[in-house]
Write a protein that binds this ligand. Structure first.
Ligand SMILES: *Cc1c(COP(=O)(O)O)cnc(C)c1O
Length: 195
């Protein structure tokens, strides 16, 4: 079980306190914010594991591949093509998760549950990606358990081992259902600026 400390929109002193306490895996949802925060710290903490957990625009694929160790939000062919090119160009190969839109929400990123197996197969066959796991972000207004259970079933269908699921409000449920990593922000750092 990996605890991903979600550091987006958190003040530097909280991040540095977590680093001093030994935390090394961090999640960010914006490429530019992450570059500003982590480029210098990376040199001081070579064992950092930075994870992109927010939607990625194809025109930022190069910057994302250069910075992140894990990208959890692969969800479309155009992004896969941009990441393939970025990975070949930079020589860096972040580990990849496919985001699944388990709630079928129109405004949310992720592949539809019914398309996940075919999408993962295509990522392997057409882009040469070794998909490490699946990630989901259940609808806020629904109990998360059924969404996590769905992700577990889909991971089995897709033949992927890892499950990124669970946040501050529902990580216990996610762990009970088999999460291999949880993404916890406010429960760890306190409320984010502007929320
Ligand atoms: C912000 C965010 C989190 C952390 O949310 P908390 O409720 O503060 O734990 C987890 N996952 C994603 C994708 C996020 O954007």
């Amino acid at each position: 079980m990996t605890l991903i400390a979600v550091s987006k929109q958190q003040p530097d002193e909280r991040i540095d306190a977590a680093l001093s306490a030994g935390q090394r895996a961090f999640g960010e949802n914006r490429v530019q914010e992450a570059q500003a925060r982590w480029t210098g710290r990376r040199a001081r903490y070579p064992d950092l594991e930075l994870r992109l957990i927010g939607p990625l625009q194809s025109n930022k694929a190069q910057a994302a591949a250069a910075l992140f160790d894990v990208i959890e939000t692969l969800d479309r062919d155009s992004l896969a093509a941009a990441l393939r090119k970025a990975m070949d160009g930079t020589g860096r190969a972040p580990r990849l998760y496919v985001q699944v839109n388990t709630g079928g929400e129109a405004q949310k990123s992720g592949v539809a549950p019914g398309e996940a197996a075919a999408f993962v197969a295509r990522m392997r066959a057409d882009y040469g990606f070794d998909i490490e796991g699946l990630m989901c972000l259940p609808p806020l207004e629904e109990p998360a358990g059924p969404h996590f259970a769905l992700l577990v079933r889909l991971a089995r269908d897709c033949g992927v081992a890892k499950l990124s699921m669970g946040m501050s409000g529902d990580f216990e449920t996610a762990v009970a259902l088999g999460a291999t990593s949880v993404r916890v922000g406010s429960a760890l750092f306190g409320e984010r600026a502007g929320e």
